[in-house]
Design a protein around this ligand. Structure first.
Ligand code: CA
Length: 257
């Protein structure tokens, strides 16, 4: 059933340089990355194929417990979430993702009852798709949620002294030097830098940066990432943009205090 493959056209790996290639002919332009959470392998394959043919890169997740980690690794534009998961409650996954607010969620379900629909929206779903769904409708719904989110969340370029954070290109520079951050390190730095001087606890950072509710990750993870970001931004250790507020958490200092 797989009908082609994604080809990366640009050496720089910009997402808009991806094209889906079918039988050696290019069929569609890249429209976004979708994390599909569905335990049923057959259903997953159907959804993957429908989305891939319509310009979406699909990352498949077979279990609810893997969702938070995969989001942090992949940085999807939208999560397509099947509510009927064997390991955890789909509604719990939904409410945790919605609380973190980093990625929009479309609920995918075999249940068509009005009550489920209302519960899904109450818990923060951006849209709701009842199986079976046509490829055209699914692609239209996914595309609409991504466009809506992009309008709501412009990705600004932040500049503090010689530090530049370009959220849309996901590039960080200190002076002319490009700083190579992992996706999570980048999210941590850009999240803190969006609210200079505001102090965040480790638990808050886990929720907002890792996209997970407290308890899914060890808070020590935050300290490790802060340490690594500091080292990468300033190998000479001349002062930090990310400050530790002892007993409280971390904050971004615009003047590198
Ligand atoms: Ca299922």
């Amino acid at each position: 059933m797989p009908s082609g493959a994604w080809r990366r056209l640009s050496r720089r790996g910009r997402v808009n340089a991806l094209q889906f290639v079918c039988n050696n002919s290019t069929v569609v332009e890249y429209r976004g990355t979708v994390l599909v959470v569905e335990d049923d392998g057959d259903q997953r394959a159907v959804v993957r194929d429908m989305l891939a043919r319509n310009g979406f890169v699909v990352v498949e997740v077979p279990a609810g417990r893997q969702v938070a980690d995969r989001i942090a690794e992949v940085g999807p534009d939208v999560v397509l979430l099947d509510l009927g998961l064997p390991d955890v409650s789909g509604l719990d996954v939904l409410s945790q993702l919605a609380a973190a607010g980093r990625v929009p969620v479309i609920v995918l379900t075999g249940r068509s009852g009005e009550a489920d629909r209302v519960v899904g929206f109450d818990l923060g779903a951006d849209d709701y798709v009842v199986k079976p769904v046509s490829a055209r409708e699914l692609a239209a719904r996914v595309g609409a949620v991504i466009r809506r989110r992009q309008r709501v969340l412009p990705a600004p370029v932040m500049t503090y002294g010689d530090l530049t954070i370009d959220a849309s290109a996901r590039e960080v520079k200190v002076g002319a030097r490009a700083v190579d951050l992992t996706p999570r390190e980048f999210e941590l730095l850009s999240f803190l830098a969006r609210s200079p001087r505001q102090v965040f606890s480790r638990e808050q950072l886990l929720e907002h940066v890792w996209g997970t509710a407290t308890g899914w990750q060890d808070p020590a993870t935050v300290a490790e990432h802060v340490y690594r970001v500091r080292r990468k931004l300033d190998p000479a250790d001349r002062g930090h943009w990310i400050q530790t507020i002892y007993g409280v958490g971390y904050r971004f200092s615009p003047d590198r205090g």
